[in-house]
Design a protein around this ligand. Structure first.
Ligand code: EPU
Length: 339
């Protein structure tokens, strides 16, 4: 395995930021990642593991070792009458796994079609869209301890999944290399079409008994109509999380803004769409220099070309501040900001 020096990371992050890695390597097998852990890692002041690079903002050049995960593959490891257990290696492109499952009529992740990124990054932030989250079908993952090189299995409870949260973003952050993820999928899929836009598309197409392929196609259609394709316009999806506030806070905002959308949560709190707050603060479709908020989805910050990571970060801070000033709500980045 070769360790390269001074490599542009532009092809490896969906924001398309032209930051430079001081050192860079690709790992394609367990042996290679173990070699890195045991023989190489201690030479570097810091390291960064990247999958699809679809949830990172590189604010500057990276003065350490960037490890690009290329360990790929999909295997059926067990099945019974009702379920199938699919193990996928962490460098596999997420949507390729979704397509494999849809083709085989294994249900459970079709609502997560077309989410950019890799399988290994999916449990880190418990990816979710259109009424489904990865935790709904997650069985377990194998992670390699970056200090000792030993393998450890994390069952669902141990991952402590929450809204765009897991142990890998908190206590276990930077401590493990996620090697493979196993999902338990249904051979008799139960369709999940609670999300309004999916229902609308199925109705338009007069599909009364949808298959998971129909649901996947509808989700792809929604995403393509609302979200910019990173290949055409650099972005990392939603930049901020949807904030959860106390009920009294939401009620106070609603006195002034009666049209505010909100979702009551089982824990008594209220979720407000960050996109709505950002739009109300005047950022939707607004371009500042090389960056701005997308015209169809205010929560998505885009690189209109040649933006630096720092420029995007400064823009995000301005958006965050104006939302805080207007509504008193602090938006927390969903994207992993590498400073
Ligand atoms: N809205 C606006 N202005 C906009 C866009 C949306 O006011 O420009 C309001 C509308 O009221 C809309 C509501 O926000 O009903 C929710 O919008 P949307 O359905 O587009 O979803 P979101 O909450 O903005 C979340 C995820 C997305 C995921 C969608 C669909 C987060 C941070 N984002 O976005 O995930 O695709 O739901 O389920 O939870 C991602 O994580 O990168 C991502 C794209």
């Amino acid at each position: 395995m070769t360790i390269l020096e001074y490599l542009s990371l532009q092809p490896f992050n969906t924001f398309g930021i032209n930051a430079c890695a001081h050192y860079f390597c690709k790992v394609q097998s367990k042996e290679e990642i173990l070699h890195i852990i045991q023989e190489e890692l201690h030479f570097y002041s810091k390291f960064l593991i990247i999958g699809g690079g679809s949830n990172i903002l590189l604010c500057d050049d990276y003065d350490g070792l960037v490890i690009k995960n290329k360990i790929t593959g999909i295997e059926v490891i067990r099945e019974d009458e009702e379920f199938v257990w699919i193990k996928s290696y962490s460098g596999t492109v997420w949507h390729e796994l979704v397509q494999y499952c849809v083709q085989h009529n294994y249900g459970g992740i079709e609502n997560l079609s077309l989410i950019p990124g890799t399988v290994g990054a999916a449990p880190m932030q418990n990816i979710g869209a259109y009424g489904a989250e990865i935790k709904d079908t997650f069985e377990e993952l194998e992670a390699i301890d970056l200090q000792t090189g030993t393998s450890r299995i994390f069952r669902k409870e141990e991952c402590r999944f929450g809204y765009r949260e897991s142990i890998f973003k908190r206590e276990a952050k930077g401590k493990f290399f996620i090697y493979s993820v196993t999902f338990k999928l249904s051979k008799n899929p139960v369709i999940n079409i609670q999300y309004g836009d999916i229902q609308r598309i199925l109705q338009e197409k007069a599909i009364s008994h949808p298959t998971i392929k129909n649901v996947s196609d509808a989700v792809i259609e929604i995403r393509q109509s609302k979200l910019p394709d990173p290949k055409e316009l650099g972005n990392a999806g939603s930049f901020f999380k949807n904030p959860e506030v106390e009920k009294s806070v939401a009620e106070n905002i609603q006195l002034e803004f009666p049209a505010m959308p909100k979702y009551e949560l089982p824990n008594g709190k209220v979720k407000i769409p960050a996109a709505w707050l950002i739009e109300q603060a005047g950022w939707k479709g607004k371009q500042v220099g090389h960056t701005g908020n997308h015209a169809k989805q205010a929560l998505v910050i885009v690189n209109y070309g040649n933006s630096t990571g720092d420029e995007i970060w400064q823009h995000a801070l301005n958006v965050q501040k104006s939302v805080q000033d207007k509504f008193g709500v602090l938006l927390e980045p969903e994207v992993n900001v590498i400073k």
